[in-house]
Design a protein around this ligand. Structure first.
Ligand code: IUR
Length: 452
């Protein structure tokens, strides 16, 4: 029996009262969001009802499918089936993983059509980092993406208007309706874009801690289970890594500084925590898409691509394919540290902060650091705002090490006349010292969440 089509207010009422929405009801709502026939107030009310009442797994799956179907899916040559992979991170301070991971995976034979965001994070998204490289172009049509994947194996591009347009509307309204932190809404938002991207395997970096979307390991585990389960039912081999995000990943925060650090990782060098995360995420993907017999073997394979120069060569080729003049890409990828600095430029001022007392570094809090860098221009408050790509900070210490009074622990790169008193205090507050013996910091990766 064909059920009577419910009006939008009736659908909102059902969800408000904790009833389950049928697939076709969810489809109709999402279609109306995409074509503009559902009013903003109605969308806000539905988002809040979903936030308060939650969704059953079936509803989340239907919502994700409907959002993916609200735009145009990408299409790839049949011969690439099984090798198309992508990664998504829930976001953290100093997260430059994609810059190293995409080319390393391509060097291992994967096709990586990475679609990334500028984000409204404190210090810019993956595209902001890449756009600190002269000439880099994030806007690529599906045809251009296909050509770059054919030639290079990976690209990192912006989300087109046509990819899951319902997500654009819903995501924008979640920000202003206090409905960002809803498990089904996060799940559907992330996975609808990946489903429309038509990847075979997906790995999620779900971060937890004081500078992460998920404050605790338990909340990250819940989100990861939701993503892994719905991703699998959408036909993507999906796995997740639960990773710690209290202090910045690596030692650099800020767009051009993070490019420099990603280059070190691509040379087989750089901070151990960055390499750990890149190789773990990549290893899982290589295993999930059948290119490695186990996640451990995948991790080893990915580490070799970093160590043997193939990932770095792939990154250089990707830059060239995305608008960076070949001589610039060459200098950046094969040049010395000073040559790299000349390509990316440097902020006008570098200011060092000194340890107020002796002690062992318990940790460096990422969030206050990111907030101050945001104020100094490293991130944006609103979509479309300009950012200062060279503003950032270098950590001169790592958790667990001994620090003497007066020793520099942070180098801030900025364009301001000087750090203000409140900024200086906020930054000094990020340095947590203790009197314990020096220790080895905990690994970034706390746990894996694998499909059943
Ligand atoms: N990133 C997304 O793509 N969607 C979300 O809902 C969140 C982060 I939170």
């Amino acid at each position: 029996m064909a059920a009577e089509a419910s009006s939008i207010p009736e659908l909102i009422r059902k969800k408000r009262d904790g009833e389950r929405l049928r697939d076709e009801e969810i489809e109709r709502f999402v279609q109306g969001v995409a074509d503009g026939s559902v009013q903003q107030g109605q969308i806000g009310a539905m988002l809040m009802a979903i936030r308060l009442r939650g969704m059953a797994a079936e509803e989340t799956l239907a919502l994700t499918r409907a959002m993916a179907a609200s735009g145009r899916a990408l299409a790839w040559p049949a011969g690439w089936r099984g090798r198309l992979v992508d990664k998504h991170s829930t976001g953290g301070v100093g997260d430059k993983v994609s810059l190293a991971l995409a080319p390393a995976l391509a060097a291992c034979g994967c096709k990586v059509p990475m679609i990334s965001g500028r984000g409204l994070g404190h210090t810019g998204g993956t595209l902001d980092k890449l756009e600190s490289i002269p000439g880099f172009c994030a806007a690529q049509s599906p045809e251009q993406m296909r050509r770059i994947l054919e030639q290079v194996g990976c690209c990192i591009v912006g989300q087109s208007e046509e990819l899951a347009p319902a997500d654009r509307v819903l995501y924008g309204l979640r920000d202003v309706t206090a409905t960002v932190d809803s498990l089904p809404l996060i799940t559907a938002s992330i996975l609808s874009k990946k489903a429309a991207e038509q990847v075979s395997a997906l790995v999620l970096d779900v971060k937890f801690g004081s500078a992460a979307l998920c404050p605790t390991l338990e909340s990250a585990r819940q989100l990861a289970h939701s993503l892994v389960s719905v991703g699998g039912r959408l036909g993507m081999r999906t796995a997740a890594v639960l990773s710690r995000m209290d202090g910045p990943l690596g030692r650099c925060v800020g767009n051009s500084l993070e490019v420099l650090e990603a280059l070190q990782c691509l040379e087989g060098r750089g901070p151990a925590d960055l390499r750990e995360l890149v190789t773990t995420l990549g290893g899982l993907l290589l295993w999930q898409c059948g290119a490695a017999a186990s996640a451990e073997q995948g991790t080893g394979r990915l580490a070799r691509a970093l160590d043997d120069g193939s990932a770095l060569r792939t990154f250089e080729a990707m830059l060239g394919a995305q608008g960076v003049p070949p001589a610039t890409a060459r200098l950046l990828c094969a040049g010395s540290a000073p040559q790299r600095c000349r390509v990316l430029g440097q902020a006008a001022t570098r200011e060092e902060l000194l340890a107020p007392r002796a002690g062992t570094v318990r940790r460096v809090e990422g969030l206050p650091l990111a907030r101050v860098l945001h104020e100094l221009g490293a991130g944006r408050a609103r979509a479309g705002d300009a950012i200062k790509p060279r503003v950032g900070a270098e950590l001169l210490v790592t958790a667990g090490q001994r620090l003497e009074a007066g020793q520099p622990w942070l180098r801030v790169h900025h364009e301001a006349a000087g750090l203000r008193g409140a900024q200086r205090r906020a930054l000094q507050g990020a340095l947590a010292l203790c009197d314990a013996e020096p220790f080895r910091p905990a690994p970034r990766v706390a746990q894996l969440v694998l499909p059943p």
